[in-house]
Design a binder for this molecule. Structure first.
Ligand SMILES: Cc1ncc(COP(=O)(O)O)c(C=O)c1O
Length: 465
């Protein structure tokens, strides 16, 4: 950029934002040149342009003046508008954070991933670098279908799979598919359930009916009789957050309910790969593939930052789901899809799962042990510890109020109240979610000790009924 252009932009900026108001006399060119450390000629060229474009007028020998009506309305600068944080709450590393649903990120297979990425880049074709199909790369869909058939009892073909940006986008697509165009769509949701999931369905215009859960999962006897919901969202293998497994009898009741009303079951199978006790759980999709929209994710088995999940769709929904994905973000990144396909095909995925399951089982066992050894005079009940990356603990007599949660954080430990996910928080005030995916044995022990130490000193326990 020429110097005279810079001087022009500087003076024009000052005129437009009002620093040089209408009628103001500009400094003489010689003085300006000295201020700006440029030649007088440079200033004269800039002034000539300002005059030619109508920013200033030159009055005979008396100098240059700012023209009228040039000041732009003052817009608030972006930095001065406070924007509340959306969604993501960073986990704390300065204290012990029992955040749930996050795997051990230090064990992500970085080296293997990098090697496969290099191979993919060496072999990628120009055609693959262009736009691709919304349902995702056929190679990855084949690998996922194979994995699901072998390990999850999900009877599906690659054709039925649509790659998504995690469960989150899959839920949005499922909600839209089932609700759009319906005059008064409704979705049944387990209660409690991740708050964001309720919000995603609401965004699709659905009326939400919450159905309570208990030790056997969703309470099928509380299903609303006079309703034909478009969808029923469940986490049958590991209810979030309570961790329960939906019993076989209730699965049959729920399926009968759905079939009788033409409703779809949306099965969120987010972390059932990690099953620590008993045989692997079968899926709803395996029982009734035509009624079930199945959702899986790599957020818990690899890492959330990857943003890859998938839908397994009944044949009648495949076309509209692909359309929706296309009109949302076309498709997932080709690079991630190709690397992940190779990761599964090479057997690395399954090996990684086995290693991680061993690690999480030992962390879960250690957490259970520590809850016992540091129990003191507390009464506790553990729920939902057979699967996944978290469990729940009930502390009869304790109320996890905002004040108590802050006190715990001040004392070095963060836990997550179930009440934040419930339509009736009062039912769950004594229950917290303890995620153990990211915590070493030492941290688990220290965290439980801090938690129980604080709870034992809490006045609520002495006042308990
Ligand atoms: C119930 C449930 N399902 C699935 C997920 C995973 O979401 P995503 O696959 O979009 O990372 C979460 C995230 O915490 C969750 O709470």
């Amino acid at each position: 950029v020429h110097l005279h252009e810079k001087v022009f932009q500087l003076l024009r900026g000052q005129i437009l934002d009002g620093q040089l108001p209408a009628g103001e006399r500009l400094l003489p060119s010689r003085v300006l040149a000295r201020h700006l450390e440029v030649s007088r000629n440079t200033v004269l060229v800039a002034l000539e342009r300002l005059s030619a474009e109508g920013y200033i007028v030159t009055r005979g020998g008396s100098g240059s003046y700012v023209n009228d009506h040039l000041q732009l309305p003052r817009a608030p600068s972006c930095a001065s508008v406070p924007v509340p944080r959306v969604g993501f709450v960073p986990y704390r590393t300065d204290i012990i954070d029992f955040r749930s649903g996050v795997p051990e990120l230090t064990r992500f297979p970085v080296k293997r991933w990098a090697m496969l990425y290099k191979d993919v880049m060496a072999e990628i074709t120009p055609r693959e670098l262009g736009y691709g199909p919304p349902e995702g790369h056929p190679g990855l869909r084949r690998e996922i279908a194979g994995y699901l058939r072998t390990h999850r009892g999900v009877g599906c073909e690659a054709e039925q799979i649509l790659i998504t940006s995690g469960t989150t986008q899959a839920i949005g697509i499922a909600g839209h598919l089932l609700c759009a165009g319906h005059p008064d769509p409704s979705i049944l949701l387990e209660d409690p359930i991740t708050v964001d999931i309720r919000l995603i369905f609401q965004q699709q215009g659905a009326r939400i009916h919450s159905v309570p859960t208990d030790r056997e999962g969703l309470c099928t006897d509380a299903l609303p009789e006079n309703l034909a919901p478009q969808g029923i969202y469940v986490t049958p293998s590991h209810q979030y957050p309570m961790g329960t497994v939906l019993s076989a009898a209730r699965r049959v009741q729920l399926l009968t309910y759905a079939q009788g009303r033409g409703s779809y079951i949306i099965e969120d199978d987010y972390d059932s790969e990690y099953r620590y006790a008993g045989p692997p759980l079968s899926t709803f999709q395996g029982m009734c593939p035509d009624r079930v929209v199945y959702i899986g994710t790599f957020s818990k088995t690899l890492c959330p930052g990857l943003r890859i999940g998938y839908l397994v769709l009944p044949p009648g929904l495949i076309y509209s789901a692909r359309n929706l994905k296309w009109h949302t973000d076309l498709h997932n990144s080709i690079f991630d899809q190709l690397v992940l396909a190779r990761f599964i095909r090479g057997g690395y995925y399954y090996r990684h799962l086995l290693q991680m399951k061993k690690l999480y089982k030992s962390r879960r066992d250690h957490l259970l042990k520590c809850l016992g050894t540091h129990q003191g005079n507390l009464s506790i009940k553990v729920v939902g510890a057979d699967t996944g990356l978290h469990l729940c603990v009930r502390y009869p007599g304790i109320i996890f109020s905002p004040a108590l949660l802050s006190e715990l954080e001040r004392n070095g430990v963060r836990v997550y109240p179930v009440s934040a996910h419930a339509t009736d928080p009062s039912r769950y005030m004594n229950t917290v979610i303890l995620g153990f995916g990211m915590l070493t044995h030492e941290k688990i022990e220290e965290g439980v000790a801090l938690l129980h130490h604080t709870l034992s000193g809490s006045p609520r326990i002495r006042n308990r009924m």
